[in-house]
Design a protein around this ligand. Structure first.
Ligand code: FPP
Ligand code: K
Ligand code: ZN
Length: 516
């Protein structure tokens, strides 16, 4: 078994660590821990640890000391209290990652201007510029990303929207770029002349929903899309990503995103490999197939019997939240306590960010892939709003993760501080539009609380797959907010990850059209 400090060790041994309240409990003191075989309890104080780790220069020692003493809670400035003694390649890169992040979180990074809570501003201006640049002429190495052109649009548009920008200037360009990528046999390829694949098709449809408008909607061939989804549907309930390609939980999520946004019929085309006399539909066996992807660890793998990964956890939960209501469908198909335990183990201290899987490293993009699971899980536990008294404050589980930890990781470690701008995986990595998009999506969900309102007016036109249109949000306010109000970003829909209202508009447009 590999070692990664308290958080990962706890999940690796499938037994809660001896830290009673987890790594984010500010009240616990390291000296109260009981020793377990194979682990050491750090005897040094949190402040000592911060100093040891940030001791490259005297000034950084001084600022780390101040930070640890007054501004930044110890949990974000010191090594995990429980250390697994087993030394492996994984434990070494984990230790290096802590070393890499600590100066950024503990106010020791000279380049950065921190507020009184030890948190820097969101550098909107540079991140906005960075995103715009990603839709201009790119340097030669980007030819390798040719099949990701629809993704570049999606990442840039959703990132710009989150930061409050007007994205209407891209509407025409998006339409003329993606039109030739559509195949007459249904769906979109990643570039001109490429075969249809669910991943770029998802990016195209979300991007079209973001820019909106009749021209954007009308370019989609819905009948061909429905036929193609039929060709991807498998007898075991899941979806292949492309005809003859891999079947995974991304496919399960993307297929239902397409069905609901385009308001497609759920009947199975006659030539689908899943067609049978029993009148099966595009949804038959799908939640059951997703259920088979939950692993012994509690997380979700790409397909049954594989390793659990955060990106797939989001796909599985969001897929279920399109098929049904969170509080009903999630517990029906997933072991919720086990999933919560695995999701909780994804957040590390002192870094504050999420990892994608057991014994791996924090990465800014998991701010969304893992962070975006929390609103869905919280809605599942919160249940429904009683329709009789919408004014009654609803009882809520509150937050199941450290929003503060995630926000610190994002604002301290994920921002490129140079002129380049953009957001990134971790300080040693360059910013890119993918990380910029998903780090901002994670920041947004940490700054807001989502409510699922089963009592809200249902979409009139069609009852099928109408569950995802009942979400509302409010800002999340802490007693002592660590970031400045100007650093709050806009909300993105918790299931579709596009501006609030955009999914509703696309769905309404196609519902009003009725059949093909
Ligand atoms: C491992 O990468 C990553 C995966 C196994 C899954 C990646 C999938 C997504 C990010 C998104 C899928 C969703 C949709 C809707 C297309 P790694 O080994 O480089 O990273 P790690 O060390 O953090 O696991
Ligand atoms: K990664
Ligand atoms: Zn990443």
């Amino acid at each position: 078994m590999q070692s990664e400090g308290a958080t990962a060790s706890a999940s690796a041994t499938s037994e809660p660590s001896s830290s009673a309240n987890g790594p984010f409990d500010r009240s616990s003191s390291g000296n109260q821990q009981t020793q377990r075989p194979g682990f050491v309890i750090q005897e040094t104080t949190a402040e000592d640890e911060a100093v040891n780790l940030a001791s490259s220069t005297l000034s950084s020692v001084m600022s780390a000391r101040t930070a640890a003493a007054t501004l930044v809670p110890d949990v974000f400035t010191s090594l995990p209290l429980i250390r697994d003694l087993l030394n492996t390649e994984s434990s070494q890169v984990q230790d290096q990652t802590i070393q890499e992040c600590l100066p950024f979180i503990s106010r020791a990074e000279a380049k950065i201007q921190y507020n009184a809570h030890g948190v820097p501003h969101l550098d909107r201006k540079r991140h906005v510029q960075f995103l715009h640049k990603n839709l201009r002429k790119l340097p030669a190495p980007y030819v390798a990303a040719d099949a990701s052109r629809p993704w570049m649009f999606y990442w840039v548009l959703s990132g710009l929207y989150a930061m409050g920008e007007d994205i209407s200037e891209y509407q025409e360009r998006l339409i003329s770029t993606v039109r030739p990528m559509q195949n007459t046999t249904g769906g979109f390829g990643g570039g001109n002349g490429q075969m249809s694949h669910l991943a770029p098709t998802y990016a195209v449809i979300l991007s079209l929903a973001i820019v909106g408008g009749k021209d954007a909607m009308d370019l989609i061939n819905r009948r061909a899309m429905w036929k193609w989804l039929g060709a991807l549907k498998q007898p075991d309930g899941g979806f292949q990503m492309s005809v003859g390609g891999e079947e995974d939980v991304r496919g399960a999520y993307i297929a239902v995103v397409i069905m609901t946004l385009l308001d497609l019929p759920l009947s199975l085309p006659r030539d689908s490999p899943a067609w049978s006399r029993e009148g099966l539909t595009l949804l038959s066996g799908l939640p059951e197939w997703v259920s088979r992807c939950q692993t012994f660890e509690g997380g979700i793998s790409g397909s049954p019997e594989k390793e659990a990964h955060g990106a797939y956890a989001f796909c599985a939960l969001a897929c279920l939240c399109i098929i049904g209501e969170p509080h009903i469908i999630i517990p029906k198909y997933l072991d919720v306590p086990l999933l919560i335990s695995w999701l909780s183990a994804r957040q590390y201290a002192p870094e504050g960010g999420f990892s994608g899987r057991t014994n791996k490293l924090v990465d800014g993009c998991y701010s969304h892939w893992v962070g975006g699971c929390w609103p869905l899980i919280e809605a599942c536990l919160d249940g429904t709003n009683p329709s009789e008294s919408p004014s009654t404050p609803k009882l809520s589980v509150g937050s199941l993760y450290s929003r503060e930890g995630l926000i610190r990781y994002i604002l301290c470690c994920c921002q490129d501080q140079s002129k380049r701008g953009g957001l990134r995986d971790k300080p040693s990595h360059a910013s890119d539009s993918y990380h910029t998009c998903y780090v901002l999506a994670g920041l947004s969900s940490a700054q807001h609380k989502w409510h699922y309102n089963a009592s809200a007016t249902k979409m009139e036109s069609s009852g099928t797959l109408s569950s995802p249109y009942q979400w509302t949000s409010e800002i999340w306010v802490e007693d002592s907010q660590i970031y400045d109000e100007e650093d709050r970003v806009r909300t993105l829909h918790p299931v579709f990850v596009i501006p609030e209202g955009a999914a509703e508009e696309m769905r309404a447009y196609f519902s009003s059209k009725g059949g093909f």
